[in-house]
Design a protein. Sequence first.
Length: 289
Amino acid sequence: MLERTWKFGDKTLFRAEKLYTAENYKSFVETFRKNFPAYLYYCRLRHKELISAPINRIEKVFIPKERLQALMKVEKPDRIQTMALELVNMISKESGVGMEDFGIHGSIALNMHSEESDIDFVVLGSENFRKVEATLDRLVDACTLRYLFGNRLDKARKFKGKYKDKIWMYTATRKPEEFTPPYGTLRFSAMYPVKFECTVSDDSEAIFRPAIYKFTDYKALDEKSELPADRMPACILSNIGCYRNVARSGDRIKVSGVLERIESNKTGEVSYQVVVGTATTEEEYVCPI
């Protein structure tokens, strides 16, 4: 992992570990090609080779919602399991979001946890996540919980904190009705890198992975990023997890990514988006200004 410092002019915006680079991705692909070729898949809709587990090699799927339900039935939970249940129960009661819309993942879900394990939980649904997010703010204000921030992005996301002596982290996952069009509906073609500033107009899907930010007021930051009206992207899509929920509607952000053409296989309609996390350029990011 590489540490990267992002700047805007002479101002340091944040420092973060750079997990995805073109060089790293190529190295990953070649390692899989040599040792696990069955786990490489060429996606004809994206014109790209992906690392993907074949369905016939998946023995078991651990679903966070089901793992929480199983944890609730454990007769003699240990200290870590007890703390996880206490935390989720408290947040559920305070937010009004039912336990059926929470899940547990990570080592606790796999029953592989130790005393050093974190509590990783998920919230199902965009509306539920926003309720939980507001509740966590209240619980932190009341000193029941506290946030942990490692950099400016962590402070924007507020996804990590402490309950008693235990670190917790949480994310959002879509409900079935919130999923985007099924695989095969759209065809994607990467075009070229762009850098720009814009204003977030819709953050309702910014909490998921990939994170989607709809925006207005596109302002190119270099000549190559000047776009004609018929190529103006409708949204930013980030495949990199640390850029989830870093900006809200009305916020101004700086973006570096790859312009992508989208074509409907049914209607032929064409639209555009900017993708962050393509592993084709060294600097791709979503940064609040």
